[in-house]
Design a protein around this ligand. Structure first.
Ligand SMILES: Cc1ncc(COP(=O)(O)O)c(C=O)c1O
Length: 386
């Protein structure tokens, strides 16, 4: 392959898997209507928070009997509040195939010290055997493993008539993939992902079955104030109307509304999903025509359309020691970054050395197509300089 340096750069070189690219055309003045310097509990502030909830529900087509609330501490806060509030009532299966899923296993084992837990795990690039999940037990899983680019293909493995709860960290899937709401009892995400919002606020969906658990089960461990979803044994309904537990950033709220407005304008959920699928297709076409790079996800049905993770399969690279592989992959990403052609392309710190490109809806297909020749150039530059 030649070492010819590409001449065209993406209009937006932002491909981070979080915080993700702002929507096309975003400018700081999108926030000029923010409810600033006033109480979030005053009517105007509460209305903005309520609007985020109502417009997210409508965009996603949440079932009428599901609740959606804004909670502290981004996606991590939303997941942990669910784990701390709900687990322990029955046995639980935890699925882990990359760093974030593994983090929830650590919480259950080392912090909550659950007695009856099973971990179903798989290496980077693979999924655990979903058929092993026991319908009588709760299950905790990520819909899309952001650090391996492996997603569950669908919800067919989840029983409809289960008595247990499904707790799903869907932060890099919501607004990019179809989610079978009826199969999911708890779903979480953060604004910083597919709609390109700001971090620090979490969204929490609860099914009626999850509410029933909350109102009938009291975990044996203490619950910090920011995890408390019930008051005197009853669901704190205010959280699901925008009466947040603690103070939110109304600047972030305005930005979340801007992202929702953009999503509505371009055609709602189907358009968001189509943009992300198109982005994956652009990368897949490029990968198919190269022999130095491949998807980390082994099964095409599990390839993420948001966190698109790639491994380097060139024999030169495969023959390097692990440290040298890591250094070479970092150098590759750094060359593209130094050229201003693509930022934050390195794989996650716990993942195998490689590349990761965000393909969520805020990324333009043309920008992804424009960064790919830079990866060819950077790979060849690193290889020839080795
Ligand atoms: C699957 C998954 N879970 C949890 C997190 C943590 O999200 P946050 O930093 O918004 O809490 C991330 C962030 O990338 C993620 O991808």
């Amino acid at each position: 392959m030649t070492l010819k340096r590409p001449t065209t750069k993406p209009k937006s070189p932002n491909f981070s898997s979080g915080p993700c690219a702002k929507r096309p055309g975003w400018r700081l003045d999108a926030l000029k209507g923010a409810w600033l310097g006033r109480s979030h509990r005053a009517a105007g502030g509460k209305a903005k928070l309520g609007e985020v909830i109502a417009r997210s529900r409508a965009l996603l087509g949440l079932p009428d009997d599901y609740r959606l609330g804004i909670v502290p501490a981004s996606d991590t806060g939303a997941v942990e509040m669910a784990l701390w509030s709900l687990l322990g009532a029955r046995g639980v299966d935890l699925l882990a195939w990359e760093s974030f899923g593994q983090g929830w296993v650590t919480d259950a084992a080392k912090q909550l010290k659950l007695n009856d837990m099973r971990t179903l795990s798989a290496d980077y690039g693979k999924l655990p055997d979903l058929a092993l999940v026991d319908r009588g037990r709760d299950v905790v899983f990520t819909w899309n493993g952001t650090t391996s680019g492996v997603r569950v293909p669908d919800g067919g493995w989840i029983a409809d008539n289960r008595g247990s709860l499904t707790i799903c960290d869907a932060t890099s899937a919501v607004f990019a993939m179809d989610l079978p709401w009826g199969k999911l009892d708890v779903v979480t995400w953060s604004w910083q992902k597919v709609l390109g919002g700001e971090a620090a606020h979490g969204m929490l969906v609860l099914s009626p079955r999850a509410v029933e658990r909350l109102e009938s089960y009291r975990p044996p461990w203490p619950l910090p104030k920011i995890f408390r979803l019930t008051k005197d044994g009853k669901l704190n309904e205010g959280i699901f109307r925008g009466e947040t537990i603690n103070t939110p950033s109304m600047l972030c709220v305005e930005d979340a509304l801007d992202g929702l407005g953009w999503a509505e304008e371009i055609g709602g959920l189907p358009a968001l999903i189509a943009r992300s699928a198109d982005n994956l297709a652009a990368v897949a076409d490029w990968v198919a025509a190269r022999d130095w790079v491949d998807f980390l996800a082994e099964d095409p049905a599990t390839r993420s359309c948001t966190s698109i993770c790639l491994k380097i399969v060139d024999p030169w690279f495969a023959a390097l020691a692990p440290d040298a592989q890591s250094a070479a992959a970092k150098r590759l990403a750094a060359l593209v970054e130094e050229a201003g052609a693509g930022y934050d392309l390195g794989s996650y710190r716990d993942a195998p050395p490689g590349l990761r490109l965000w393909g969520g809806a805020t990324v333009e297909r043309g920008d992804l197509a424009a960064v790919l020749p830079w990866l060819d150039w950077a790979f060849e530059t690193v290889k020839q300089g080795a």
